[in-house]
Design a protein around this ligand. Structure first.
Ligand code: NOJ
Ligand code: CA
Length: 674
């Protein structure tokens, strides 16, 4: 349905021709109001008449054409609505409902014009700029400022959870829990608790050919878009006639409502790859943790991890225990010396002498286990670009269908050589790299290869459009527990669930069973119980999950290992049941094409008990609950292995009391019985 609203029929409020247009969510509770008071385009957001965002500025500035903001007035608008659903080929939820109201608001000043397209869902809003080709804007357009603001109502009483932007460690910071006014320059998703108790997450969707939006707090409570610049200072380089990514605000009455929102996916374009049945979720093991612990090396020598014999050993272990793939890092030339600083010497087709690519891929095929490829670039992206076609071809020839990429380099230190041969250094989240990451994904897609990006650009839901972008890092993962200063604190996962995970899947690499490789009192260790390591497989969604520990540590604890063998990575539906940001979370997920459900719950540094209803289970069915929980004496610090495995018959009418130790967890498989 499309309605056109002429200038005359606009609802007039305020003085001197100021106009105001409102757009309601389908359930009527959430309202966006767009206005041009004092010829300044702006918007506000409220929930049940309670303001959440007060008057927040809109607009862009261009190098050649100046400011498209102040002085612009509303000239017309069009509305439409949608009530549909679509399916994910793989995911945390198969069917996604897309119900929203939409309005495009046109602004102009003389002959200059731009539009803002708003969509309001029950779980939040999205808007993006649409700038048409117009007089004075026909060719290259350099964006030098984006004025978009998010002005938080009653900001002095709001709380925020965030990581800093434009830092050397990209997205790999410990999340901070502060009064809102202390959040200076932050990455998104940026999570806020409003004084009313409503939770907000500010982020973006469909970040394509544009710079990532970080947020800068100016006056208290006013967060302004702060686009990550190119090395020459320009923020974004476009051709005339463009749209921006969607700026999003997810809104939840409870913290878990943010986790249950599908707004980011709904604002992305449908699948552009056609048949993607070749993209396979699954579980993998790999030659990986040994390097992080220092038992092995990526480079050559006595401790070289990526040898043929070691790969065959992992393939045997994978085949025996039902894993689909074996990741091998360090097989290709370039790791010797200081690989972190030496990305230019990586050769993506040349193996070390003790690694036989033909042999391991043949062996894998005979065992039904895939070799998972790896490309560490150390941020030397021109070196990677030059070899990319040949490197992906080589993997394709060897039946490799999934490649983990890596861009280890400090923020702002991505090295590229431009068309004139000049070396430039870019940010991981500037427009240049946004395009570079997507280039790798689309080139891989041509060869039936899925990409798992480490040191990535943040996720903005592009897995909908490019389903072979199967996972990514983009936060502190398990690796920090091996060597991070400091390692991830006990609240880390309860924090990730309400922040980073709102963006999309994460390759966290769970499942470390030897929690005391430096002694339990060593600084570096997973600061969790064993049961919590199991719970991560359900809590931290990814269609590919690693069993990250060394085979010997799984062999030592076969009963606990059973849960990792049983847990799937592809789901029919997911429900976040309970939780508070940074404190705890419980999530239930139904296995795809199955009646079985799984539940994962984790706690922060506090032990806690809470009760969950089992009403997500099918009515009238009996289930065997296979429960892996912290023992009565468990605590993460001195007694992390105390875990009870018990089986109970349950049904949907029952409740289950969960008792979690300090930094503890519980993992449950509900096996349908009849
Ligand atoms: C950082 C990645 O996160 C990690 O998983 C990988 O082992 C190293 N880079 C080396 O590529
Ligand atoms: Ca990393």
């Amino acid at each position: 349905m499309r309605l056109t609203c002429s200038l005359l029929s606009l609802f007039l409020v305020g003085g001197a021709g100021a106009q105001s247009l409102s757009l309601h969510s389908p359930d009527g509770h959430l309202v966006v109001t767009i206005s041009d008071d004092n010829n300044q385009p702006s918007y506000q957001v409220s929930l049940d008449n309670q303001p959440l965002l007060s008057d927040s500025r809109l607009g862009l500035a261009f190098k050649q054409q100046g400011e498209f903001s102040q002085g612009f007035a509303i000239t017309s608008s069009t509305r439409s609505k949608s009530d549909s659903s679509w399916q994910q080929p793989w995911g945390e939820q198969q069917v996604i409902v897309d119900k929203h109201q939409q309005m495009t608001v046109n602004f102009s000043r003389g002959k200059q014009q731009f539009a803002v397209n708003f969509k309001v869902f029950n779980d939040g809003i999205g808007f993006r700029y649409e700038v048409k080709k117009q007089q004075g804007m026909t060719d290259n357009v350099d964006i030098t400022n984006e004025y978009t603001e998010f002005v938080i109502d009653s900001s002095d009483q709001a709380q925020a959870w965030w990581i800093p932007a434009r830092g050397w460690n990209r997205y790999e910071y410990i999340y901070r829990d502060t009064p809102l006014h202390e959040a200076a320059r932050v990455h998104t998703p940026f999570t806020i608790k409003h004084v009313s108790g409503v939770h907000l997450s500010i982020h973006e969707a469909a970040l394509v050919d544009y710079a990532a939006m970080t947020l800068n707090q100016r006056r208290d409570g006013t967060f302004k878009a702060d686009l990550t610049p190119w090395s020459d200072g320009v923020l974004v380089k476009k051709k005339a006639g463009f749209t921006t990514p969607w700026r999003t605000v997810q809104v939840g009455r409870k913290a878990v409502d943010l986790v249950n929102s599908h707004l980011i996916l709904n604002l992305n374009e449908p699948n552009k790859l056609g048949d993607v049945s070749w993209v396979k979720p699954g579980k993998y093991v790999g030659i990986w943790w040994g390097m992080h612990l220092g038992e092995n090396t990526w480079g050559s020598g006595d401790k070289h991890g990526a040898t043929t014999s070691e790969t065959l050993r992992y393939m045997d272990f994978a085949a025996k225990n039902g894993f689909d793939g074996v990741l091998v890092e360090g097989w290709n030339i370039g790791w010797d010396g200081s690989w972190f600083h030496n990305g230019d010497v990586f050769d993506f087709s040349q193996a070390y002498d003790d690694f036989d690519l033909d042999r391991v891929s043949q062996y894998g095929k005979s065992k039904g286990v895939r070799l998972i490829g790896h490309h560490e670039t150390s941020g030397s992206v021109t070196n990677y670009r030059q070899q990319m076609d040949a490197a992906y071809d080589l993997y394709q020839q060897h039946g490799v269908t999934q490649v983990k990429t890596g861009y280890v380099a400090d923020g702002g230190d991505i090295k590229r050589i431009d068309a004139r041969g000049i070396t430039r250094h870019e940010w991981h989240d500037g427009q240049f790299m946004v395009n570079e990451y997507l280039h790798s994904v689309t080139q891989a897609a041509k060869r039936g290869i899925s990409i798992n990006t480490h040191e990535p650009i943040k996720d903005t839901g592009l897995r909908r459009t490019y389903p072979n972008w199967i996972s990514r890092e983009g936060a502190r993962g398990q690796e920090f527990n091996a060597w991070g200063t400091p390692p991830n604190p006990p609240e880390h996962v309860a924090m990730l669930a309400f922040t980073r995970m709102l963006a999309g899947p994460m390759d966290f690499t769970p499942g470390i069973f030897d929690l005391g490789f430096n002694g339990l009192d060593g600084v570096n260790r997973p600061q969790t119980t064993l049961a919590k390591q199991l719970a991560l497989y359900v809590v931290l969604y990814s269609p590919i999950q690693m069993a990250a520990d060394l085979p010997r540590n799984y062999q030592a604890r076969p009963k606990a290992f059973q849960f990792i063998k049983d847990v799937p990575t592809d789901w029919q539906q997911s429900i976040a049941l309970a939780g508070e940001v940074g404190d705890y979370i419980a999530i239930a997920r139904q296995q795809r094409n199955s009646q079985d459900w799984f539940l994962g719950a984790v706690s922060d540094e506090n032990a806690r008990e809470f009760t969950i209803k089992l009403d997500f289970l099918t009515k009238g069915k009996r289930y065997q609950a296979q429960i892996y929980r912290d023992g009565a004496d468990a605590n993460w610090l001195s007694n992390p292995y105390d875990m009870v495995i018990e089986h109970k018959i349950v049904n949907s009418a029952q409740q289950l009391k969960l008792a979690l130790a300090t930094s503890g967890g519980v993992a449950i498989r509900f096996k349908a019985l009849d």
